[in-house]
Write a protein that binds this ligand. Structure first.
Ligand code: ZN
Length: 220
């Protein structure tokens, strides 16, 4: 087995990282410097859901698993990118919109909404979102890992639209699954049979964690 390509599906993590409204912003300051101490160390502060990250079930279900309690198999596997671009802002992605995909246990389903083009602007939060029935069908088929190139798998509440109460997050959490948000560069996954890795930091007791998301092309 040989890796022929690694595609970075993660956004940069720095002071400019766009966070969910109200979430902590990323900060970093020198804790030690080569000039003063002979080595460099940064002191970092950030939310558990900053940048490209995964949600653990306890993000919405207090009794759900913490990020460090989950089977690592949830975070890596054969990826299936579903092209759902060209939708209107805040539009619902139904099972038909997904193309009624043939998926099974272990498939890492990635929704390519194209909304990462709006990353860094207010329009990023007017992303398409997954319909609860479509989520149920993916879960019924055995899928436990769903990601997308947008900040939220459910519709993001605004002043004008209170949203729906995060039904898809609750469904995925109840099934013991995980959600990966703020993916980018899904257009670069233009080869067959990508292997996708979304391994989170081993943050004890956390509701989620940043990931360095990658799609890997393997030589046959
Ligand atoms: Zn999240």
């Amino acid at each position: 087995m040989r890796v022929t390509r690694l595609v970075d599906l993660s956004v940069p993590v720095d002071a400019g990282t766009q966070v969910f409204p109200g979430d902590p912003v990323f900060t970093s300051r020198p804790h030690a410097t080569v000039a003063a101490d002979g080595f460099a160390v940064q002191a970092i502060s950030m939310g558990s859901q900053t940048g490209t990250h995964v949600d653990a079930p306890c993000h919405f279900d207090p009794d759900g698993a913490r990020i460090d309690e989950l089977d690592l198999a949830l975070f890596a596997g054969p990826g299936l990118v579903l092209d759902v671009r060209g939708r209107a802002p805040r539009s619902r992605l139904t099972w038909a919109d997904l193309g009624e995909p043939d998926v099974g246990p272990g498939t890492v389903v990635l929704l390519r909404t194209g909304w990462s083009a709006h990353y860094g602007t207010p329009a990023y939060f007017d992303h398409p979102f997954l319909d609860a029935d479509a989520a149920r069908r993916l879960l019924d088929a055995g899928v436990r890992t769903i990601g997308l190139d947008a900040p939220n798998l459910d519709v993001t509440p605004t002043d004008d639209d209170p949203g729906e109460g995060y039904p898809v997050h609750h469904l995925v959490a109840a099934a013991g699954g995980v959600i990966c948000e703020n993916l980018t560069a899904l257009e670069a996954v233009d080869f067959p049979d990508p292997f996708v890795s979304l391994l989170p930091l081993r943050l004890t007791g956390a509701d989620g964690a940043p990931v360095r998301a990658v799609a890997i092309e393997l030589a046959p």
